[in-house]
Design a protein around this ligand. Structure first.
Ligand code: DOR
Ligand code: ZN
Length: 444
């Protein structure tokens, strides 16, 4: 007896085929070509010719909770994620207090476990003064708290005050990473190569100046220094938001894996020239880059250099983003990531299988999220229902992040019609059905 059967189309060897997903206890118990006989199931959901894709795993969100909940909290962030087809997030540690030890991890765990609509994992920040033994114990789940899914090191200064310190001292983390197999997520910008901006109050081409102040060389240098310092363990490094051709090249010559973001794929300094009044919205670290860097990132997607896409959802209030160059860096993106990329798929600029790999199966594999990221027998029934013909214009006030704006205003996104998490509908069209607190820690 199945709890639910979903009829739709799934990707089999890259092509859509009709299928019935039989769900039992939150998992896909069977995938079949013929419908099970009535009496063998509780509910039956007919999704017609829509695609049943795995729920997206966004391995890079800043949900601001605790400490900055006027921008976002775990409930609003996870609801926004769910509306964009995201069924699992990994939250970043630059909250207040920052997630750096057992105490702060437990504070965030309480917040997420009572507030999240979807499943989640938590990253722990490491810095010069971190206690290596304590972090090792936390990663092994030996501290009476769900283990962090990974470690995060901010190699360059950005939102929050968690700068790691001298990049070469990453070498002392090699044994911890080797022992635990933990993913070490790196914000790779080398602050020693940052250039001063002459007069931040009088900067007109904000984003061009920002990109010059944090140049491509600083990204490449951070990647090179960090992977050298990690030596044999460089394969455990996951280089976040690679934004330049030079950075991509540095990552190619290492064993580290690579994440890119939708904003670096879809926007560049030319975009900013056309959208002058929106410039500060596009201020982000690492900065938006030149059209040729952007083209290089698409090249990395095509040739397999890029492993995952993460949104780097970093909401700030519109008042904060209205201060020209003094605006904080970061932009929301968890709800628009899959819709924008699916829109690229519909325009044949991105292959559908590659989309699923980059946003679902590779993130699951990279972070060892058992049962996630695939439509297959035995997998968790995290599913988004997608019709590529149903694109619509993105409007900031129609999205669900507390920050209430988007840099993608007016662009077309293909939003999922329905989203299931462990077999439960959490989004049905415009309606939220999932309850805050139903989300599980992926390491619990
Ligand atoms: O632009 C950014 N914003 N880059 C980061 O690394 C942090 C993020 C934030 O938390 O606002
Ligand atoms: Zn980030």
């Amino acid at each position: 007896m199945y709890d639910l059967v979903i009829e739709g189309r799934i990707l089999a060897d890259g092509s859509p085929v009709d299928a019935y997903l039989c769900i039992e206890g939150g998992r896909i118990a069977r995938v079949c070509k013929q419908p099970p006989v009535s009496g063998e199931y509780g509910e039956f959901h007919r999704q017609g010719r829509s695609l049943l894709l795995p729920g997206v795993i966004d391995t890079h969100v800043h949900f601001r909770d605790p400490g900055m909940t006027s921008k976002e909290d775990f409930t609003t962030g996870s609801i926004s994620a769910a509306f964009g087809g995201v069924t699992t997030v990994i939250d970043m540690p630059n909250t207040r207090p920052p997630t750096i030890d057992l105490g702060s991890l437990m504070v965030k765990e309480r917040i997420a476990s009572t507030g999240s609509v979807i499943d989640y994992g938590l990253n722990l920040a490491i810095m010069g003064g971190s206690d290596l033994m304590a972090v090792d114990t936390l990663l092994k789940g030996g501290a009476n708290a769900p283990a962090p899914v990974g470690l995060k090191a901010f190699l360059g200064d950005t939102t929050g005050s968690l700068v790691f310190g001298t990049i070469s001292s990453l070498s002392k983390w090699s044994p911890v990473v080797e022992n635990t197999g933990a993913v070490l997520a790196l914000h790779a910008e080398d602050g020693s190569l940052f250039e001063p901006v002459k007069d931040p109050e009088d900067v007109k081409d904000i984003l061009l100046q920002h990109s010059r102040a944090r140049p491509a060389a600083s990204e490449a240098s951070a990647i090179q220094k960090a992977t050298e310092a990690l030596g044999e363990q460089a394969g455990n490094a996951h280089i976040l938001h690679v934004s330049t051709e030079a950075g991509l090249q540095a990552a190619r010559s290492s064993r580290a894996t690579v994440e890119v973001t939708p904003h670096h794929l879809l926007m560049d300094t030319k975009w900013c020239e056309r959208n002058l009044e929106m410039q500060a919205m596009g201020k982000v670290n690492p900065p938006l880059r030149t059209p040729s860097d952007r083209a290089a990132l698409w090249g990395g997607i095509a040739d397999g250099t890029v492993d995952t896409i993460g949104s780097d959802h970093a909401p700030h209030l519109i008042e904060e983003k209205s201060q020209g160059y003094l605006s904080p860096s970061g932009m929301p993106g968890v709800e628009t990531m899959a819709p924008l990329l699916l829109s690229e798929v519909s325009k044949r600029r991105l292959d559908m299988n590659r989309f699923v790999e980059l946003c679902c199966s590779s993130p699951a594999d990279r972070y060892s999220l058992a049962g996630k990221g695939r439509i297959a027998e035995g997998s968790l029934a995290d599913i988004m229902v997608v019709n590529l013909r149903e694109g619509r214009k993105i409007k900031g006030d129609g999205l669900h992040s507390r920050c209430g704006w988007t840099p993608y205003e007016g662009m077309v996104g293909v939003f999922p019609g329905m989203v299931y998490s462990r077999g439960e509908p959490i989004i049905d069209g415009e309606n939220l059905c999932g309850k805050p607190g139903r989300g599980n820690n992926v390491r619990a």
